[in-house]
Design a protein around this ligand. Structure first.
Ligand SMILES: *Cc1c(COP(=O)(O)O)cnc(C)c1O
Length: 390
């Protein structure tokens, strides 16, 4: 047996991907050419959203989404504590205040009941959020109908952080169609489902939001006379009408995205086969396997188990480290954001979001990626079983 570590996630790069990128290298445009729009078209076709903006990361996509929604000083952004820090940081970039809504103990996603309770309290205090960012953890969709209903009732905007969820479905409809949200964000980091090396996208059905995000993606600069003040000076003319950034995706990245998107369905179905097989192979072990919300099809970016520590001799940390020592590249998604030192300095405390903190004490992400072999999967299960039997 090879002693190579089995990673928790890994990209699949084929000759088709390589040819696509090389073709761009030999073309006239390395950036701002035709590939980015082609990739955006593929994202729109996949999701049904009417606008897609490819950018250099999901973090940038979250930032321009917040800016386009007008998030600013004095506003609140709420998200889940169990997410990558970027889902919360985007609020701070805009000088808004950030708060969290604890997770549902089964789905590990933002709990809509707790969201409603928190909204009732915030309304009384006059601190309702302007933006709420539900995160489809592991690719499992959040309860978007409930969140969308609350958004209407309490007047907040919704950005779906679907970094884990491209290729998934909610009530038979593709994640990213923005039916219950204003904007949906994807990540194309190599550990995610589809990769462009680094990259992200923001999707929406609202033309004004798409227009504003396009401005923030590229310096706040426009060549569209309709967006300018006064008359154009001539063919060379552009105007800066907002303070934007350079968050553009390159043509090389978009080319990779185009060929990757052609294999999306296969990627996700391969993950489903592996997940189903894990569920079966782990069923007699003292672990809780992922819960599948009714009427949803997960993108299955991650396969997270929770240790039933009462029935295990070792600690969570000992199990985790033994797995790593034995070549299983497990990970933990995520450390609750409110417990990070930066957030603690803002006043958050241990104990603020107990369900999230309990999850953190038990969760482990097992290796799962679309190119994973059954032999690799068997060896993960074997090592885990041996460790749990100690
Ligand atoms: C990966 C990830 C991000 C950030 O994505 P980048 O493309 O690396 O900026 C944001 N949110 C979640 C939930 C993620 O998993």
């Amino acid at each position: 047996m090879s002693n190579k570590v089995i990673p928790y996630g890994r990209q699949e790069i084929t000759q088709q991907d390589i040819d696509g990128v090389v073709e761009v290298l030999q073309s006239d445009f390395l950036t701002q050419g035709p590939k980015v729009p082609e990739f955006e078209k593929a994202l729109m076709n996949q999701t049904g959203a009417t606008h897609a903006l490819a950018v250099n990361s999901a973090t940038s996509a979250l930032h321009i989404a917040c800016l386009a929604l007008g998030l600013g000083e004095g506003d609140w952004l709420w998200t889940s504590p169990i997410t990558f820090v970027a889902s919360a940081n985007c609020g701070l970039y805009c000088r808004a205040k950030v708060d969290f809504v604890d997770i549902d103990p089964n789905t590990y996603n933002m709990c809509p009941v707790k969201l409603e309770q928190k909204l009732v309290e915030a309304k009384a205090k006059g601190t309702l959020p302007k933006v709420v960012v539900p995160v489809h953890l592991c690719g499992q969709p959040c309860d978007m109908k409930a969140i969308g209903k609350l958004a209407k009732e309490y007047g907040f905007k919704v950005i779906e952080d679907a970094s884990h969820a491209i290729g998934g479905q909610y009530h038979g409809q593709p994640i990213g169609n923005c039916e219950y949200s204003d904007i949906t964000v994807f990540s194309f980091h190599p550990v995610k489902i589809v990769t462009t090396a680094e990259g992200g996208a923001a999707l929406t059905n609202q033309p004004e939001l798409a227009e504003r995000m396009a401005l923030f993606r590229s310096h706040g600069v426009t060549r569209d006379p309709a967006l300018m003040e006064g008359e154009s000076h001539g063919g060379w003319y552009y105007q800066q009408v907002e303070l934007g950034y350079n968050y553009r995706m390159t043509e090389l990245q978009a080319a990779l995205g185009v060929t990757q998107m052609q294999r999306l369905e296969r990627f996700v179905s391969a993950r489903h086969k592996l997940a189903k097989r894990y569920n079966e192979l782990l069923k007699d072990l003292p672990v809780t396997v992922p819960y599948q919300l009714e009427n949803t099809y997960s993108g299955l970016h991650l396969y997270v188990i929770r240790l039933q520590l009462d029935n295990i001799a070792l600690s969570h940390r000992e199990v985790f480290e033994s797995l790593r020592e034995n070549g299983i590249g497990v990970n933990l998604h995520y450390i609750p954001v409110h417990t990070q030192p930066y957030y603690q300095r803002m006043g958050f405390k241990q104990g603020d979001f107990p369900e999230s903190e309990r999850y953190y004490q038990e969760a482990i992400s097992l290796p799962m990626f679309h190119g994973m072999s059954l032999e690799q999967q068997d060896s993960v299960v074997k090592v885990l079983s041996d460790i749990l039997a100690r």
